[in-house]
Design a protein around this ligand. Structure first.
Ligand code: FE2
Length: 220
C-alpha cells in the first residue's frame, strides 16, 4: 500500500502499489527497453500505453494522490513511489502539487515520460547556456513554456530540456505520473536558482519509501 502507516511492512522496491494498470505500464516499459535501442524511440514507443494509463480512472490510491505536509521539496508537494526497480533502472511515481504551488527548478538525469492525470500544470523549461563544468553555477534561460492538462505528456531526454519547474494552475491539486529510467527521488539531482545562477545538490525523496542511504545523508 502507499500509506506507510499500513500494518504490514511496506515494500521498498518492486510494486509499491498493486494495480493491473501499473503492472501493464511497467511490463510494457520493460519490453520497450529490451527491444528499442534509443531513449527517444523508447519514449515514442511508450506514448500509447502511457496515454491509456492517464485516461484510466481508479487505479491511483487516495494515499498517493494527496499533498504531503512533510515534503522535502516544500509547498506540500507529494512524491509517491508506485514502482521502483531495485537496481535503480526504472521508477513510476505520482507527483501531487497543491493548488498554486510550484516545484523548485530541478533536473532529472534520466530519460522518461511525464503526463498529467488530474488538474493542470504550467511547465517552464530552461536551456543551459554554460558548459556545466562549474558544479555550483548554471546560466539558464527560459526555452519553453507550456500548459498541460489531463492526458498531455512530455518527454525527458537529458541533457535537452532536462531543467524545469511546474506549477499547478487548476483549482484542484495537479497530479502528474512520471516514468523515468532511474530511481528519481533517491538520486542526488540539482536545484537551480535561475536568477542568481546557483546550483544546489538535492534529493526529493519519496513520501512512502526510504532511499537506500536515508539516515546517513540529509536530502533536501
Ligand atoms: Fe520534473
Amino acid at each position: 500500500m502507499c500509506d506507510a502507516g499500513d500494518h504490514h511492512v511496506p515494500a521498498r522496491y518492486g510494486f509499491l502499489v498493486e494495480a493491473l494498470e501499473i503492472r501493464a505500464i511497467i511490463d510494457e516499459t520493460q519490453r520497450v527497453i529490451r527491444t528499442v535501442r534509443s531513449d527517444a524511440d523508447r519514449v515514442e514507443a511508450l506514448r500509447p500505453a502511457f496515454a491509456r494509463l492517464l485516461a484510466t480512472d481508479g487505479w491511483l490510491p487516495e494515499a498517493c494522490a494527496k499533498p504531503d505536509a512533510a515534503s522535502r521539496m516544500g509547498g506540500g508537494i507529494g512524491q509517491y513511489a508506485l514502482y521502483r526497480a531495485e537496481d535503480s533502472s526504472l521508477c513510476l511515481f505520482s507527483l501531487v502539487v497543491p493548488v498554486g504551488a510550484e516545484t523548485p527548478v530541478h533536473d532529472h538525469l534520466a530519460w522518461g515520460i511525464v503526463g498529467v492525470y488530474q488538474g493542470a500544470q504550467d511547465e517552464t523549461v530552461y536551456r543551459r547556456l554554460d558548459d556545466g563544468r562549474d558544479a555550483d553555477r548554471a546560466a539558464l534561460e527560459v526555452s519553453k513554456r507550456q500548459t498541460l492538462k489531463r492526458g498531455e505528456c512530455y518527454a525527458l531526454l537529458p541533457p535537452v530540456d532536462d531543467i524545469h519547474f511546474v506549477k499547478t494552475i487548476s483549482q484542484v491539486p495537479s497530479i502528474s505520473i512520471h516514468l523515468l529510467a532511474n530511481d528519481t527521488a533517491c538520486v542526488w539531482r540539482h536545484r537551480f536558482d535561475p536568477a542568481s545562477g546557483t546550483v544546489t545538490p538535492c534529493r526529493s525523496g519519496y513520501a512512502n519509501a526510504p532511499c537506500p542511504d536515508d539516515g546517513h545523508k540529509t536530502g533536501s
